[in-house]
Design a protein around this ligand. Structure first.
Ligand code: NAP
Length: 268
């Protein structure tokens, strides 16, 4: 435990920490003795979690309610965490738009870019730069097996997840020589409030958020990406390496339509 803190502490910043996988990351990191900066939009939810983690693990926790898709993200995070030695960034938050691409407002699709692509880019640059100067640290970017290929009804979300995978792979290779471990976590369906609120119309096997967070953190320093869960690893291998690309797209499309209906959750 102290080895993990020495390598990736003393502070970790979890972007998108108030629920689901982000909360699971925060709980695991606090249990490893890291002090935390917790960021998401809902201050109350962050404060509740912060109080619990301080009491349970004796760690320091700072919270900040901010929109990770906002244009002033770098300034906001500097104001919140400037002066702290942040040795680990977990960029977890995501915005997803489910439904036919051209039938959903452009603003929503652009928000996917802001929260899912611009946010991790900004924070990897800001915090990763400081880590590289110190010669140690880690970055976890949450992505998805949906980012292995195009995905009808989730086109912009899947593309944003591909961005995170490729960004993490590049940074993994660049920053390894400067003491910073980077990993993309390619999660499959996971039991979170975000997943439940997407209103899937069919039951699929879900992983527990804590298990996914544990796999991601254990993968730091071991390679550019990790797929948590044996079933997901088989799926990722089939989609990414075994099947022709157009077959992967068709299978993901069929699965998404079965889950959300032909037009997405709103379209039925
Ligand atoms: N759940 C799955 O099945 C699944 C599968 C594959 C990959 N993933 C990936 O795993 C990550 C987490 O998913 P999840 O299901 O745990 O999501 P979630 O339950 O919806 O939680 C997302 C977290 O991010 C915060 N957040 C969202 N938008 C934000 C914004 N604009 N600014 C600041 N904070 C924001 C939310 O808090 P506030 O509402 O308080 O802002 C919440 O703490 C995502 O990157 C997702 O793509 C999830």
């Amino acid at each position: 435990m102290s080895g993990f803190r020495d390598r990736y502490g003393p502070w970790a910043l979890v972007a998108g920490a108030s629920a689901g996988l982000g909360e699971a990351f925060a709980r695991r990191l606090a249990a490893s003795g890291l002090d935390l900066v917790l960021v998401s939009r809902r201050q109350e939810a962050l404060d509740r979690l912060a109080g619990e983690l301080r009491a349970a693990h004796g760690v320091q926790v700072r919270t900040g309610a901010l929109d990770l898709g906002g244009p002033d993200l770098a300034e906001a995070v500097r104001a919140l965490a400037g002066g702290l030695e942040v040795g680990l960034l977990v960029y977890n938050a995501a915005h997803s738009v489910i439904g036919p691409f051209v039938d959903r407002p452009l603003e929503e699709q652009l928000r996917v870019l802001d929260v899912n692509c611009r946010g991790p880019l900004v924070l990897s640059h800001l915090l990763g730069g400081a880590m590289a100067r110190r010669g140690r640290g880690g970055i976890v970017l949450m992505t998805s097996i949906a980012g292995s290929q195009g995905n009808p009804l989730l086109a912009s979300y899947a593309a944003s997840k591909a961005f995170n995978l490729v960004l993490a792979e590049g940074l993994w290779a660049e920053l390894a020589g400067r003491g910073v471990d980077v990993v993309a976590c390619r999660a499959g369906a996971t039991d979170t409030p975000g997943y439940a609120s997407s209103r899937p119309g069919k039951k699929v096997p879900l992983m527990a958020a804590d298990e996914v967070a544990g796999s991601a953190l254990a993968a730091l320093g071991r390679g550019p990406s990790v797929v948590p869960g044996a079933l997901n690893r088989i799926a990722a291998f089939a989609f990414g390496r075994l099947l022709p690309r157009r077959a992967s797209i068709a299978i993901m499309g069929r699965a998404t339509r079965r889950l959300y209906g032909r037009g997405g959750p709103q379209g039925g």
